[in-house]
Design a protein around this ligand. Structure first.
Ligand code: ADP
Ligand code: ADP
Ligand code: MG
Length: 480
């Protein structure tokens, strides 16, 4: 009998994982909650197991996932990103149940899951970071510590949830009034979102670039980096567009940041794939921010420029193999850009468009184009999960070629039904600053014209909608 691996996730990443699992000749076992019953990942898996009505609570249920894994005789669990990926309880439960967790050890996840603990580890290793505090005490005492920090570094400050993630639990505070007002709210929200009300402060890096480094590490202590990514183009501290390698930064600086990332990974006893995130200021100073102990949404851009399959590497590392490449064999060539095509309305504060049915789906292809998605024509997007539909990743030799290819893909992409981020991205690829690689985390705020467009009503799309309608209903209601 073939060995089996359970995929504890959904959406595009479930499909990405299943493909790698099957390529390595394991069977892929999918799990799903009721709202995902029409999801494509169930069809391509070797077996699909229903785990409950959800929404989200069954995907987040460690005991249920472990029980399902044991009953279906899998040897390992891949958590993907989001859900249980950075929950040390799943990793620990795997360790206790004799299952392989495809990720770092539970202790490492636990240490790095706390941004404050991670900062402590990095400080000890001598890695540069923005000035910050320990966890603040609650109540008036916390405000006092905060004001001492402000006396030294001044406003603005970042008030951050210690256990935060996914861009949530981060507040920029401009003055004492805001601090007093926001402090208790931040604690309460952190408690509700992350089951931990700890918060701390960081000095604000003004209009930084978000630069991160992909790491792979084996159990024998070999750690390599796969170069940098720029993820500065964000909304609400969440990434929208990611680029590999980080653009408009000298080769020397990229190398230095990458070496620092390896040092950071080693300092934390890292194993498997991970990402070390930094902020880079306009004077090219860079500061450690956090380590994500999982596969990253944007791993595709690194795969495009290095040729290394990161998910395959994760699985092989977890199964006990050592790294298959040495640092000096890893080369980066060309440029890759990923755009997250979300079912969201950019003109309405990126409001999710879940619940809608995709009436026409026509995707681009060709040289240098990669799509990681899970939707299809006739698919109704569940409202209860995140809004990522498909990741469009494009490779090109030069930056210009990559942007041109991206423009061609976006122009030819037809998704009707939900609003998507596609028209916004079309404005982005035509923006002179983007074309020159000039952007930082304030890019969306300073480029309001990106939000000026009309929903596409071209003749070709009207025709496409009509054909889809006929196709979906098996009849032409307009012929009557
Ligand atoms: P990445 O850092 O991989 O580029 P995101 O930061 O957007 O991507 O997070 C990836 C996914 O994981 C998103 O769906 C996000 O909502 C989710 N996520 C990340 N961290 C957390 C967390 N601590 N709690 C809940 N969801 C999270
Ligand atoms: P998460 O765990 O949610 O990914 P991060 O600590 O990685 O949170 O921060 C997410 C984003 O928030 C960063 O990419 C950056 O845009 C912004 N940010 C976080 N900390 C700071 C800071 N000290 N100064 C400026 N921007 C920051
Ligand atoms: Mg982060």
């Amino acid at each position: 009998m073939k060995k089996r691996i359970l995929v504890a996730n959904r959406g595009e990443i479930a499909i990405r994982l299943i493909r790698a699992i099957q390529e390595l000749d394991y069977e892929a076992i999918a799990v799903y909650e009721t709202p995902d019953r029409n999801s494509r990942h169930l069809r391509i898996a070797d077996e699909a197991i229903w785990i409950g009505d959800g929404p989200r609570k069954d995907y987040l249920d460690v005991e249920k996932i472990i029980g399902t894994a044991l009953r279906s005789n899998v040897c390992a669990i891949h958590p993907g990103y989001g859900f249980l990926a950075e929950n040390p309880d799943l990793a620990r439960a795997c360790e206790n149940a004799g299952l392989i967790f495809i990720g770092p050890p539970s202790k490492v996840i636990e240490n790095l899951g706390s941004k404050v603990m991670a900062r402590r580890i990095m400080a000890e290793a001598g890695i540069a970071m923005v000035p910050g505090t320990e966890n603040l005490p609650s109540g008036e005492q916390g405000l006092q510590v905060a004001m001492e920090f402000v006396a030294r570094y001044g406003f603005p400050i970042m008030l951050k949830a210690t256990s935060g993630g996914g861009g949530r639990g981060i507040r920029r505070i401009e003055n004492e009034h805001e601090l007093r007002e926001q402090y208790p709210i931040a604690r309460a929200e952190a408690k509700a979102a992350f089951n931990d009300d700890s918060v701390y402060l960081e000095k604000v890096v003004v209009n930084p670039r978000h630069v991160e480094v992909q790491i792979l590490a084996d159990r024998a202590g070999n750690t390599v980096h796969l170069g940098t990514r720029d993820c500065s183009i964000q909304r609400r501290n969440q990434k929208l567009v990611e680029i590999a390698p980080a653009f408009q930064i000298s080769e020397e600086l990229r190398e230095e940041i990458s070496q620092t990332a390896v040092k950071a990974a080693k300092a934390s006893g890292y194993f498997n794939a991970g990402t070390v995130e930094f902020l880079l200021d306009s004077d090219n100073n860079y500061y450690f921010m956090e380590i994500n102990t999982r596969l990253q949404v944007e791993h595709t851009v690194t795969e495009m420029v290095t040729g290394i399959d990161i998910v395959r590497s994760q699985i092989r590392l977890a199964m006990g193999h050592n790294l298959h490449v040495r640092q000096e064999e890893i080369r980066t060539r060309g440029h890759a850009i990923e755009m997250r095509i979300n079912a969201e309305d950019p003109q309405n504060n990126f409001m999710p468009e879940g619940g809608k049915t995709i009436s026409v789906y026509r995707s681009p292809g060709g040289y240098g184009v990669r799509l990681d998605g899970f939707c299809y024509q006739g698919f109704t997007i569940p409202e209860v999960y995140d809004s990522l539909l498909v990741k469009l990743t494009v490779f090109g030799w030069s930056w210009e070629e990559t942007v041109d290819r991206l423009r061609r893909c976006l122009t030819n992409y037809v998704i009707t039904g939900p609003k998507t981020t596609i028209p916004f991205y079309l404005n982005l690829v035509n923006d002179p600053d983007f074309q020159q690689g000039v952007f930082d985390t304030s890019y969306l705020e300073t480029h309001e014209h990106l939000f000026e467009y009309k929903e596409d009503n071209s003749e070709i799309n009207k025709l496409a909608r009509l054909i889809a309608e006929i196709h979906n209903r098996g009849e032409n209601r307009y012929a009557k």
